[in-house]
Design a binder for this molecule. Structure first.
Ligand code: NDP
Length: 302
């Protein structure tokens, strides 16, 4: 009789995201009851990028669902830098708003860095300002980027203690790769950051007890790049044509991650599906960050 093929445990992002949203919801109710404090989140969307519209709608719905004060500012594509910065300054000064998220990417004529430079770091619930990047790199408390923080929750919930683990992060963006590497370092992992110039990437990946893929290249990480039993966190969101040639011919697409899921499933110990893994954590962490920002603003313990 042949042994059944080993199979990784699938990390269901929905379960952990629901749990976190539930905790946030309880905390919001408690803050209202005990302190008359309603955490407020403002989301700013410029233009009509279809993916951004979906994300922004989801952020608005989820923040309302947990009982927060939620405001969405939809600005036309033709918004000027001055107009956008004036709105951000007004939100910085608004005591009912504890978290501000400017949905990126902005239309090409707008300067993202300049907008982030004026955003109040204590309302920067996306964790993208230089101040929060510096706090993270220095190991100080701050508002950390949502997707990387979501990766850490999934790892802690599944792997448990991360101390001393070898972690490899593929990707070095300010949005995902770098902050997730910093968080792994804070968790006492031994961290390698790989990127497009890394030599022999498969060999580097094979060293990882924890492998985080944040590349943006569909199914790039193959099964034989993975150390048996490793925890694989796939951050990638890539649109590709359907494998089924009829659906592909109709121009239909689906989302896949940066990891070849079918291959990885046979080798890894734990793996996040994409979609259905990390992506679901991002909004839940955004809500948690908004609660933290509101508590800090009110001088309450976080
Ligand atoms: P970026 O394009 O900003 O960064 C990609 C990184 O991957 C770069 O550091 C790049 O290296 C590296 N890279 C590219 N090609 C290779 C290669 N062949 N070998 C090794 N490294 C390579 O992407 P993001 O970090 O913003 O996003 C990464 C993925 O995560 C995307 O699929 C994105 O859609 C997804 N994402 C998902 C989120 C969610 O779940 N909510 C949130 C944010 C992103 P170099 O620096 O050398 O160019």
């Amino acid at each position: 009789m042949t042994e059944p093929a080993a199979q990784a445990q699938i990390i269901d992002g929905k379960v952990y995201a629901e749990r976190l949203r539930g905790q946030v919801s309880e905390e919001v109710a408690q803050l209202k009851a005990d302190h008359g404090l309603t955490p407020g989140l403002a989301v700013v969307l410029v233009g009509d990028d279809p993916a951004s519209q979906i994300y922004v709608r989801s952020k608005g719905e989820h923040s309302k669902a947990v009982g927060m004060h939620s405001v969405t500012h939809r600005l036309p594509e033709a918004t000027t830098q001055d107009e956008l910065e004036a709105l951000v300054r007004a939100l910085n000064a608004d005591p009912a708003i504890h978290g501000i998220l400017v949905q990126l990417p902005l239309p090409k004529h707008l300067d993202e860095k300049a907008v982030l430079a004026i955003l109040d770091p204590d309302k920067d619930v996306d964790g993208l300002t230089m101040v929060n990047a510096g706090r993270l790199a220095s190991g100080l408390p701050g508002l950390y980027p949502c997707t990387p923080a979501g990766c850490m929750i999934l790892l802690r919930e599944t792997v448990g203690d991360l101390t001393g683990k070898r972690a490899v992060v593929v990707g070095r963006s300010m949005l995902v790769g770098r902050p997730v590497a910093q968080l792994l370092l804070q968790a006492d992992c031994t961290v390698t950051i790989a990127h497009s110039r890394t030599q022999d990437l498969p060999a580097v990946c094979r060293e990882a007890d924890i492998l985080v893929a944040a590349v943006g290249r569909p199914r790039m990480i193959r099964g034989d790049w993975i150390k048996p039993g490793a925890a694989v966190i796939d951050v990638g969101i890539n649109r590709v044509p359907f494998d089924d040639p009829i659906k592909a011919a109709e121009g239909r697409t689906k989302v896949v991650g940066d990891v070849n899921f079918k291959e990885a499933l046979k080798v890894a110990g734990w793996i996040t599906p994409a979609p259905g893994g990390v992506g679901l954590m991002t909004v839940a962490v955004l809500l948690a960050n908004t609660v933290s920002a509101a508590k800090r603003a009110a001088g309450l313990e976080i």
